[in-house]
Ligand binder design. Structure first.
Ligand SMILES: O=C(O)CC1=CCC(=O)O1
Length: 255
């Protein structure tokens, strides 16, 4: 297990715990931290941001155990897990296997299966050869709708730096986790009140892929955001915060 780097916002009540996508760090949740306030934890998965990068390959279960250990160290019995993409798979795993630790679940642009194992093996080989920085341009085309990165160069530059800062071997380790992840059979065990959100124009996890997650979780609410791709947290920060706040039962905390 790995001691994960994280940001803590203090406060009373059930904490929000934010878990991001492959090649992101906890700064991708800054708009939500600013808007929703504490108590909250934004977490760097292993090999991402400031977290250590043990040798891979990884599994989603291992990534989830890192997060559970972080909750244990923080004395957090239960949290509202907010996960995007790979972070959403980690959140699904915890909700299915440690249901008492999850009071609510907000899943963005995630899947119960992410493409195929050969696709992720190819991505891992690419990153081992050329490094994470080489992935930035193509990642931005999946994270944002056409034109957004050009219109928002400061966000594009921050994301490019975040991707390049991701450890090459940890990225490859997470590719292995994504390639072998199949949470379909576990979805029926999730009992937390769940929100599932897709981006209408997300090429990474298109709406039908995300819908499979919602359909597998009893009572889950499914929302598709227009003009959004894989990272609506940065393209539509206030909308995303409002959705999380509504699931959290504290809609007054958004402006
Ligand atoms: O980077 C992608 O292609 C999309 C993605 C899948 C899992 C994740 O975290 O991002």
């Amino acid at each position: 297990m790995v001691e994960l780097a994280h940001t803590v916002l203090p406060g009373d009540g059930i904490p929000l715990v934010f878990l991001g996508s492959i090649a992101s760090d906890r700064s991708m949740w800054q708009p939500q931290l600013d808007e929703l306030g504490g108590p909250a934890l934004a977490v760097d998965l292993r090999g991402h941001g400031g977290s250590p990068a043990p040798a891979g390959p990884y599994t989603v279960a291992e990534l989830a155990m890192d997060v559970i250990e972080l909750l244990d160290r923080g004395g957090i019995d239960a949290a509202h897990l907010v996960g995007l993409s790979l972070g959403g798979a980690v959140a699904q795993w915890i909700a299915a296997n440690e249901p008492d630790r999850v009071s609510a679940l907000s899943l963005f642009c995630t899947a119960a299966r992410f493409g195929t194992q050969p696709m992720w093996a190819e991505r891992a080989a690419l990153v081992r050869r050329d490094g994470t920085a080489s992935l930035a341009a193509s990642a931005l085309t999946r994270w944002f709708t056409p034109g957004f990165a050009v219109a928002h160069p400061e966000i594009a530059a921050r994301c490019t730096a975040m991707i390049a800062n991701t450890d090459d071997e940890a990225y490859a380790g997470c590719c292995a986790a994504l390639g072998e992840w199949d949470g379909r059979a576990d979805l029926a065990r999730i009992t937390a009140p769940t929100l599932v959100v897709a981006g209408a124009d997300d090429p990474g996890t298109p709406p039908p892929v995300v819908a499979e997650v919602a359909e597998g979780i009893a009572g889950a609410e499914f929302v598709v955001l227009d003009d959004a791709a894989h990272l609506p947290t940065l393209q539509h920060p206030r909308l995303v915060s409002a959705l999380i706040a509504r699931r959290h039962g504290n809609p007054g905390s958004t402006s």
